[in-house]
Design a protein around this ligand. Structure first.
Ligand code: DAH
Length: 348
């Protein structure tokens, strides 16, 4: 047989083997046998050295043609077999719709957010507006307009982080009182709002103090507001938060922006008033500061204090959350430790 005939033969054999094969493995074997380094085409080409110089390129060219044809055929068959394998696998695969889905680890809102939203809901139900103040505040609103002038000793308790002499991180949410009052149009009705948010103080951090914490400011201004309105409102709130059989008690206190000022206590929700570790054996738990708005604070905001009066209060949601959930260190709220936070996952 001439070399050309051998190549012809080799091509015919290989093509029929490729045609007949049904697996990727055997197809690969054919490829190695025919086209591999030690394969049959290489072997045939070794015989080229015995050819005349005129015949060499002819046979060489033909050998390349055979190699190209076979390479293409192998590739095409490979694609066919791969597709068949995929289809077979897909056919075997059935979807069990009763299998439980993969649970996605979605987060939960922070416990302080939950407590603040609970409080907001109570006030929304009472027809209050929720207003946001500024965390970076002017000395003017944070202190002056709250009746705390530059040399007032009440400033000592509320040192803050100053950006310059006039701008600071607010030490309480009370400045929003002045900002809201000066804008309010009483021809459109009374003013009822709460304002939740972060406040900042130069405090050394310990179990009950943090340089950053939260407050919810409350403010009502209308004609004829009295201490009775304040007490009734806070009673609704505190019963919702701590249980319907809670009682509340007002004790005289002092804040520069209210007159009179009170400290509000609730009867202990743990012992009901008998005395325990939560209420430090007193039967009462101090929960917030409040009072009747000082006439000067109303006047500084352009409100006629002979016509209008109001009450205000400042509540600490951190403290509410600590009491409600038995958290004994305020710093847990700010450390972002998932072991702590996940205990308060919202169910649903
Ligand atoms: N701003 C006060 C504080 O941070 C809390 C407070 C007390 C707010 C009495 C009030 C209030 O509105 O009436 O210590």
């Amino acid at each position: 047989m001439s070399l050309k005939e051998t190549l012809e033969q080799l091509k015919t054999d290989a093509l029929s083997k490729i045609e007949a094969t049904q697996t990727l493995d055997s197809l690969n074997e054919i490829r190695v046998q025919v086209l591999g380094k030690k394969g049959s085409i290489t072997e045939v080409l070794r015989g080229m050295k015995d050819l005349s110089p005129e015949m060499r390129p002819v046979i060489g060219g033909f050998a390349n043609e055979v190699r190209d044809t076979l390479t293409t055929e192998l590739e095409t068959k490979k694609e066919v077999l791969e597709e068949a394998a995929l289809n077979a696998a897909l056919e075997k695969e059935t979807i069990d719709v009763s299998l439980p889905g993969q649970e996605l680890n979605i987060g939960t809102s922070h416990i302080l957010t939950q407590v603040m939203e609970e409080i907001e809901d109570v006030f929304l139900g009472l027809g209050y507006e929720i207003i946001e103040g500024y965390e970076i505040e002017q000395d003017h609103y944070n202190f002056e307009r709250m009746n705390i002038p530059k040399d007032h000793p009440a400033r000592d308790m509320q040192d803050s982080f100053y950006i310059n002499d006039e701008i600071l991180l607010r030490t309480h949410t009370s400045p929003i009182q002045a900002r809201t009052m000066e804008k309010h149009d009483f021809s459109k009705g009374s003013l009822r709002m709460i304002s939740p948010g972060k406040v900042f103080r130069r405090d050394s951090d310990d179990a009950t103090h943090s340089h950053q914490f939260h407050q919810i400011e409350g403010l009502v201004v209308a004609e004829g507001i009295t201490m009775g309105d304040l007490k009734g409102t806070l009673e609704v709130l505190l019963k919702k938060l701590f249980g319907e059989d809670r009682e509340i008690r007002l004790r005289p206190s002092y804040f520069p922006f209210t007159e009179p000022s009170v400290e509000v206590d609730i009867s202990c929700f743990k012992c009901g008033g008998k005395g325990c570790n939560v209420c430090k054996q007193t039967g009462w738990i101090e929960i917030l500061g409040a009072g009747i708005i000082h006439p000067r604070v109303l006047e500084m905001s352009g409100i006629d204090s002979t016509k209008y009066s109001g009450f205000a209060f400042g509540l600490g949601p951190d403290r509410v959350a600590m009491l409600k959930y038995g958290v004994n260190d305020i710093r847990y709220f700010y450390q972002n430790d998932l072991r702590f936070l996940e205990q308060f996952r919202v169910k649903g």
